[in-house]
Design a protein around this ligand. Structure first.
Ligand code: ADP
Ligand code: ASP
Ligand code: MG
Length: 446
């Protein structure tokens, strides 16, 4: 069985959703799980509605709800041809939007309400798609993600619970070939509606792929695979045909938006290939991510992650001392804040974090060890490739390309497929374009 995930833009227009239906029904005898995101723009709109409710700006919330509802009314007119489907969808949408509006009555709008509100996008898109497949005479079933997508008490996906819950659903609907479900949404350990964070439908797809030991997970989006650089910033990027799990995981974690940062891990655990494909250009080869790496190119791709804070702790107590780094790391552990990059000298250590939730408390505790300095608005630029650090000349080429761009930290040798550089975010575009010129234009080297 395969898992096919379609993102927001892939279902964001009636004709796009129809094209998705065609792709899904191409091989009707094959069992498949279809994971859908909300229609593009919906989750952003729901975030805004949530913000308006949480600041008690009910008028703004109700106006935004009205605009979103209007968008959906137009959408179904373009999607269905049968009056019956149209009526069924209109009633379904009315129920959802009445429900969303009912949050105006909530006095203490909390995170619980927020999560329920954010779940409405995927709930609606999957119902719209299901009604469309039924209109087309397809035997498809809607399998509610809230029945089996579970988080553990640490708010991490609980793969065992997911496996068990999904198996029950698949058994219940054995006679169907197409199982439609919602990406992104889940329930937490308390049984409340929750989500896998923004862009989380990719993660749903790989978790489901792992749960059923799928033959393949396909992530269908609006671009023909993982490109060699961020196409939102650099012109003339091109798709990379093959990546290893490790290479793809680094790129996803360090900002390649095409994949949710955690997507690769469940697939890698069970060696399930992940294929990135373009809904607008289904015949394009895309990118295959699997357990081996092709050595066709040394540098494969470059990604960048913003919102990074660098923290420097300088202490003479570090000199010739052991146990110092452990004490520093324990502070971050206490506040459950992951560290991304780290560099040391004899008397100082610099490290980076992207979660600033507990930054003030972390800084207070670190000050016990010495002088602490922070640099905010930093970006990690991550260069990923095959045996990158084993190849002589890579570092020279990277630093020559970066020219006058100020570098705050460098991480080389942590793994043989990644070199990371920390720069001020203001230089991100210049850095990505300069690296593109330097690393991909000198064709004989890459
Ligand atoms: P979806 O809605 O299908 O989940 P996303 O918008 O989340 O799609 O991801 C696809 C987008 O990721 C592309 O349109 C592209 O702009 C962006 N992107 C960023 N970095 C890369 C990259 N290295 N390769 C391909 N796409 C990338
Ligand atoms: N709809 C969610 C979002 O926009 C999840 C996803 O699209 O993957 O973040
Ligand atoms: Mg996405």
């Amino acid at each position: 069985m395969r898992v096919l995930k379609f993102g927001g833009t892939s279902v964001g227009k009636p004709e796009r959703m129809q094209a998705v239906a065609e792709l899904v029904c191409q091989d009707p005898a094959e069992h498949k799980i279809v994971v859908l995101s909300a229609l593009s723009g919906t989750t952003n709109a729901l975030v805004e509605i949530n913000q308006a409710f949480s600041t008690n700006d009910k008028n703004s919330a109700l106006n935004r709800i009205k605009a979103l509802e209007k968008h959906y009314e137009g959408f179904i007119k373009g999607l269905y041809s049968a009056e019956q489907s149209m009526q069924q969808a209109a009633q379904m949408l009315k129920d959802h939007f009445d429900y969303i509006r009912s949050f105006a009555e909530v006095i203490d709008f909390s995170e619980t309400e927020e999560k329920i509100l954010l779940a409405q996008g995927e709930l609606m898109s999957t119902k719209l798609f299901h009604i469309y497949l039924e209109e087309q005479g397809q035997l498809a079933v809607l399998m509610p993600a809230l029945e089996f997508m579970r988080l553990d008490p640490d708010n991490e996906p609980d793969l065992t619970a997911i496996e068990e819950g999904l198996a029950k659903q698949l058994q219940k609907y054995e006679r169907y070939n197409i199982y439609i479900t919602q990406g992104y949404i889940c329930k937490n350990a308390e049984g409340d509606v929750d989500n896998l964070k923004r862009g989380g439908s990719d993660y749903t797809a790989s978790l489901l792929g792992a749960a059923i030991r799928a033959e393949e997970v396909q992530i269908w989006t609006d671009i023909d695979g993982m490109h060699n650089n961020d196409p939102r910033i650099v012109k003339n990027t091109f798709p990379v045909a093959e990546l290893s799990f490790d290479e793809a995981a680094e790129l996803a974690y360090f900002g390649a938006k095409i994949l949710h940062p955690a997507t690769i891990h469940p697939a890698q655990k069970y060696n399930i290939p992940v294929r990135l494909l373009n809904t607008m250009q289904p015949e394009a080869q895309g990118t295959i991510i699997k357990n081996t790496s092709s050595d066709e190119h040394i540098v494969k791709s470059i990604a960048a992650k913003d919102g990074i804070t660098a923290i420097k702790i300088k202490s003479s107590r570090m000199l010739l001392a052991y146990g110092f780094l452990r004490k520093v790391f324990e502070v971050f552990e206490r506040y459950r804040t992951p560290i991304d990059m780290i560099t040391t000298s004899e008397v100082a250590v610099s490290l980076t974090i992207d979660d600033q939730t507990h930054l003030p408390q972390i800084l207070d505790e670190l000050k016990i060890f010495g002088t602490v300095e922070i640099d905010q608005d930093q970006t990690i630029v991550c260069i990923v490739g095959h045996r990158l650090t084993e190849e002589t000349g890579t570092a020279e080429l990277i630093f020559r390309s970066l020219g006058q761009i100020p570098i705050r930290m460098i991480s080389f040798g942590g793994s043989h497929y990644n070199i990371s550089i920390l720069i001020p975010t203001a230089y991100k575009s210049d850095a990505l374009n300069a690296l593109n010129e330097g690393l991909f234009k000198s064709a004989d080297w890459v």
